[in-house]
Design a protein around this ligand. Structure first.
Ligand code: ATP
Ligand code: MG
Length: 574
């Protein structure tokens, strides 16, 4: 490709609305332009990268035995009513009506459509297992689109869906996708972790998120420094403390203390001269509208995802002021467990605590020396809190590390959630009707491109890994008005292309500095510079973008040497 012919509008200034490197650089390198909030056009340079990313995904999906389909973006409401998600999905679902007043949505995901297709076509166990995938447009009306294509509203997703005769089969399908994802992201040169993730309320299911490690990531994750345990912070299990026998003779007498206007843990801690860890917070939640009281240490936080799955509810919210008043008899800030009109659940870390400080369920009062069993009754202890940096690994007890990550992929064992709701069944060997067992597997294409940039950039611009780079080599004659330079560049361009190398020839009549800056900005891994001095000796200079190292090579040697460098670059992430 010739630079002068390419639609490649690079920008020197940093765009004012971009916060993170990938967003800034995708605009500056002329890869994307915004059309509307969370809606982007992809320009030629960007689309070259997208196609490389998609090609890697396709290769690995095909290799894992999945078959490509292409499903409609427009989906009828009836399917979503059948699965129960028409109501559940909320405002992220873009709904509309056609001229006959029929309701539709633009698919944010395709479980309903694929389940409908498969239930109509697959009848017996002999036709299973099947894994179908597509790369296709999704629309999600995100509440806060940001970071360019990282969290946008219209985006391309690779989504795959597996159908098996039983749970064991589904586990095999899941593992195949897990392995394929590992290969996909390795080939893109990404540093990533597959972490255990929350599955909401789908019984018996599990899921992993593929997280690209980056400080700008929106997700928090933990991983063990010794064993394989890694989890989304939301899901990370806390090691259960050992249960000790509590001796009621150690219980001290209850003491009510007047604590005017002392509400927060810090205020209580200061006022009563106790550590935050010796105070117990009582939080009132509404779980599908039913109030529950949750006890947690003052220095810890309730993990709402864990609480939701523990309670098995769909909607979990902190109780409104009215409910707090009705349940505890006092305004917020003084809730305690004694006499509370709701079931009481406590985090495991309270199992062995005695003589704690708590809210008094009365405005401006707290109580000391409160004890479970004597003053109130915990219905169940469970792991309900957010893991802390000081916690040991729940599997092996070693130290944990915390990191930020970008979720680029998600593999999910769905079980029979959709096949039951939508009656996707098959006849087993005995002619008996059974539900198919499903899995779903997504990769955000644009988000993956952005994540690659987050991990591969410097102050000059993007530094593409060879496997996804829009071009493998850029050839830069420093002055196209010098005939010998221009000719040598043309010759080299031809010779490299003959070798099957993807070359950008920067034959623009621009200063060398401008061309170098653009080459650095758009991140081409190898640059060949043709200058008068070197050319007089029959040589050109090869620069490796990532290391900044240069070497001079004889012109006739360049095609073979560059071809070797490109191949090695591609092999690095097999
Ligand atoms: P998130 O928690 O970031 O909103 P999600 O759990 O909603 O993601 P999935 O439903 O699992 O995402 O979608 C599969 C993949 O699609 C994600 O792993 C991500 O790569 C991509 N994706 C999801 N939402 C967006 C978005 N708004 N913009 C770009 N890519 C997205
Ligand atoms: Mg989402």
């Amino acid at each position: 490709m010739r630079y002068s012919e390419m639609f490649l509008p690079t920008v020197r200034e940093t765009p004012s609305d971009a916060e993170i490197a990938s967003h800034k650089l995708m605009i500056r390198a002329g890869m994307i332009r915004k059309l509307a909030t969370g809606v982007y056009s992809v320009l030629p340079l960007g689309y070259r990268v997208v196609k490389k990313v998609e090609a890697i995904i396709r290769e690995e999906m095909d290799r894992a035995g999945a078959q490509e389909v292409y499903l409609p973006a427009v989906q009828p409401a009836e399917l979503w009513q059948e699965s129960g998600r028409w109501k559940m999905y909320g405002k992220e679902l873009l709904r509309f009506k056609d001229r006959h007043n029929r309701e539709y949505c633009i698919g944010p995901t395709h479980e309903e459509v694929i389940t409908d297709l498969v239930r109509n076509e697959i009848k017996t166990y002999r036709q299973l297992p099947r894994n179908l995938y597509q790369i296709q447009t999704k629309f999600r009306d995100e509440i806060r689109p940001r970071f360019g294509v990282m969290r946008c509203r219209e985006f391309d997703m690779k989504d795959a869906y597996s159908f098996d005769i039983d749970s064991e089969g589904a586990d095999i399908s899941y593992q195949k996708m897990y392995d394929a994802y590992s290969r996909i992201f390795s080939r893109m040169g990404l540093k990533f972790r597959a972490v255990e993730a929350d599955t909401g309320n789908i019984g018996g299911s599990f899921s992993h998120e593929f997280m690209v490690i980056a400080d700008t990531g929106e997700d928090a994750l933990i991983f063990c420094t010794k064993c394989n345990y890694a989890a989304n912070l939301e899901k990370a299990e806390v090691a259960k403390p050992e249960k000790k026998a509590v001796n009621p003779s150690a219980f001290l007498a209850l003491e009510t203390v007047h604590t005017p206007n002392v509400r927060t843990i810090e205020e209580v801690s200061k006022f009563l001269k106790v550590k935050p860890g010796e105070i117990v917070k009582t939080l009132i939640f509404q779980a599908d509208s039913k109030p529950v009281a949750v006890l947690i240490r003052g220095d810890e936080e309730v993990n709402e995802a864990k609480l939701r799955s523990f309670l098995g509810c769909d909607i979990l919210e902190l109780a409104t002021d009215d409910v707090v008043l009705a349940v505890t008899g006092s305004p917020k800030g003084f809730a305690g467990a004694i006499g509370v009109k709701a079931d009481i659940y406590a985090d495991d870390s309270l199992m062995n605590m005695v003589n704690v400080v708590m809210g008094g369920n009365k405005e401006d009062y707290h109580v000391r020396n409160v004890n479970n069993g004597r003053d109130f009754q915990v219905k169940a202890f469970a792991d309900l809190r957010v893991i802390l940096k000081t916690d040991p690994c729940p599997r092996c007890g070693s130290r944990l590390r915390f990191a930020k990550g970008i979720e680029v992929g998600h593999v999910f064992k769905l079980g029979d959630k959709y096949s039951k709701a939508m009656r996707a069944t098959y006849l087993d060997k005995n002619g008996k009707e059974q539900y198919m067992v499903m899995g779903c597997y997504g990769i955000g294409v644009g988000r993956t491109v952005a994540a690659i940039i987050e991990q591969n950039n410097d102050d000059k611009g993007i530094v593409w890994p060879m496997s996804v780079s829009p071009f493998q080599v850029v050839v830069v004659p420093v002055n196209v008005n010098e005939k010998t330079l221009a000719e040598a560049a043309e010759n080299l361009y031809g010779a490299l292309r003959k070798k099957g190398i993807e070359v950008l020839l920067d034959e623009r009549d621009e200063r060398a500095g401008v061309k170098f800056n653009d080459a650095d900005l758009i991140g081409i891994p190898l640059r060949i510079t043709l200058g008068p001095k070197k050319l007089a000796e029959g040589e050109a200079e090869v620069l490796v973008r990532k290391t900044g190292k240069t070497k001079s090579l004889k012109l006739e040697k360049i095609p073979a040497t560059i071809s070797g460098m490109v191949k090695r670059g591609l092999r690095k992430h097999p």
